[in-house]
Design a protein. Structure first.
Length: 529
């Protein structure tokens, strides 16, 4: 590019510096996957590492055509270029981090939390592929094309992941047979093998469960505390984990959460490892995340200023997509979450350089204590609206909780049972409002009863003027009074992916990519800029 590092440092956050740092990440990742010596190349997931590096390389090659940037500023608004190059750098950090973890000497410990990661790999690869396509300014790219590209990437990664699983299994079995391996390495290897093949072995599961039950106070550090459980950080055989401890031997909240979590495996759902029951407590062991989405939003607001949104638009759509993807998986598993809000979404941030703000946010849906797996029994029961949940729950659930007569109760229950998953979609819209504004729904109203009154009256929070019309319309459909009019999460995610593509593509690519859409959608798309 002919730009010195010192000059780039002075222009932190510009497309130039983002691109320069992206190429640095690519160079490091390429060295790891191209060097013949196994000492500094990936110890596992080698083919998936190669896939990510190749996807990043193709995106970088495509975006190099935008230099010098002065030549393209008329084709794309400057802020679109900035957001696009920021996203590219954030994704390059994901690739850099992924390949680096796979190269660790303590590869068994690293593999514990990186066992089944094909969804993460295909997600990053899909993002990079969309960027490559967007920067070619393709003539046509409609909603159906989004699904087509996604399915292609998923299938490609599945094939590579299958090969990686066979290779990793061979390495783990070698550890189990080796007389030089320590007891802890063998325990980890057995546990990872079970997770790798999605099977449950009493011996390996009990090794982690017994370790939890034998914990002493000094081995844990408290991360948070709720009404029924305390969350602790814990290091097991070199792996960073979280222990959520419930009070009482037969805690109902514990039983509900384990019942749901043990059956789930998705990129955007918190990862469950095992559970343990003692005489006075019971615990769930999960992956360690950085913080919840609400805390991240507050942190961003403090650093960016009270009048600025916590996320750039492209980043906001990406986080909404991740939450939507997790919720789509839940709904396809016929599970209703029933308590979706920013406090129940956990995040991990892959940070960029320390002197400026860019971090790729991984979001995962968590806290399944209120979830329902039997969708025909979707009564409101013990989920009583309060200050913590009222702002996010659907109007039909408010009506059910406030019903004064048997007739009203019957009518409300019928609605909820007929559309058991639609309540989560309303809550998702409220989380979207939080992501776009940095505020809780109805931020100026402190009385939960007044919030309920406004919701039942049909009022909703005010979305910001800077929010694109198409995104506004999607959120408004999600919080519709009529559950039947709320879209399914599959449709929500497809539309968000297409919006994200349109935004990256810029004005020219945006208008061309909307040819396949309806006239009303065309009008909405034109208001992106």
């Amino acid at each position: 590019m002919g730009t010195s590092e010192s000059k780039l440092t002075e222009n932190a956050g510009t497309p130039d510096r983002c691109f320069w740092l992206t190429k640095e990440c690519l160079e490091r990742a390429q060295k790891r996957t191209s060097l013949p010596t196994r000492s500094i190349s990936p110890k596992f997931h080698f083919k998936q590492c190669e896939y990510l590096v190749d996807k990043l390389r193709l995106a970088v090659v495509q975006m190099e055509g935008y230099y010098p940037l002065e030549n393209v500023v008329q084709a794309k608004e400057l802020y679109v270029l900035v957001d696009g190059f920021r996203l590219l750098y954030a994704l390059s950090r994901e690739v850099d981090s992924f390949t680096q973890i796979c190269c660790k000497d303590t590869w068994i410990q690293a593999a514990l939390t990186m066992t089944n990661v094909s969804e993460l790999v295909s997600s990053v690869g899909f993002n990079l592929e969309l960027m490559r396509i967007a920067y070619t300014l393709a003539e046509r790219f409609c909603l159906a094309d989004v699904d087509g590209v996604y399915n292609t990437e998923v299938q490609s990664v599945k094939e590579k992941a299958s090969s990686d699983v066979r290779t990793l299994s061979t390495s783990l079995n070698a550890v189990l047979r080796s007389g030089k391996s320590s007891i802890s390495e063998q325990q980890l290897a057995a546990f990872i093998l079970d997770r790798l093949h999605k099977r449950s072995s009493a011996s390996s599961q009990s090794s982690l469960s017994e370790a939890v039950l034998s914990l002493r106070h000094g081995a844990l550090h408290q991360l948070g505390k709720g009404a029924s459980a305390t969350v602790y950080g814990w290091t097991w055989l070199g792996a960073e984990l979280v222990v959520k401890t419930f009070y009482g031997e037969d805690n109902e909240d514990f039983s509900k959460e384990v019942l749901v979590l043990k059956e789930l495996s998705h990129l955007n759902i918190i990862t469950f490892f095992c559970f343990a029951k003692g005489h006075s407590t019971c615990s769930i062991v999960m992956e360690k995340m950085d913080e919840d989405l609400h805390s991240l939003i507050q942190r961003r607001k403090e650093s960016r200023g009270p009048n600025e949104p916590p996320f750039h638009l492209l980043e906001a759509m990406d986080i909404m997509l991740q939450i939507g993807g997790g919720m789509q998986y839940l709904h396809e598993s016929r599970i209703a979450h029933r308590d979706l809000k920013s406090l129940n979404v956990l995040v991990k941030c892959v940070k960029a350089a320390s002197d400026w703000e860019i971090e790729y946010v991984r979001a995962k849906v968590a806290d399944f204590g209120m979830s329902k797996t039997k969708l025909k029994s979707m009564t409101f029961s013990n989920q009583t609206p309060n200050m913590g949940t009222t702002r996010w729950i659907a109007p039909e659930l408010i009506k059910l909780a406030d019903a004064e007569s048997k007739e009203e109760m019957s009518e409300c229950e019928t609605t909820v049972e007929k559309y058991p998953l639609k309540c989560d979609i309303y809550s998702f819209a409220m989380v979207g409002y939080e992501i776009l504004t940095g505020k809780i729904p109805f931020p100026n109203i402190s009385n939960p009863k007044e919030v309920k009154r406004l919701v039942l009256k049909g009022e909703r929070p005010q979305l910001p003027d800077r929010c694109p019309t198409r995104l506004k319309n999607l959120i408004k459909r999600c919080w519709s009074e009529d559950p039947q009019k709320r879209p399914a999460f599959g449709d929500i995610c497809t539309e968000l992916w297409h919006m994200k593509f349109c935004f990256i593509a810029g004005n020219g690519g945006l208008l061309r990519s909307s040819v396949e859409l309806s006239e009303s959608q065309m009008d909405s798309l034109k208001l992106f800029f």
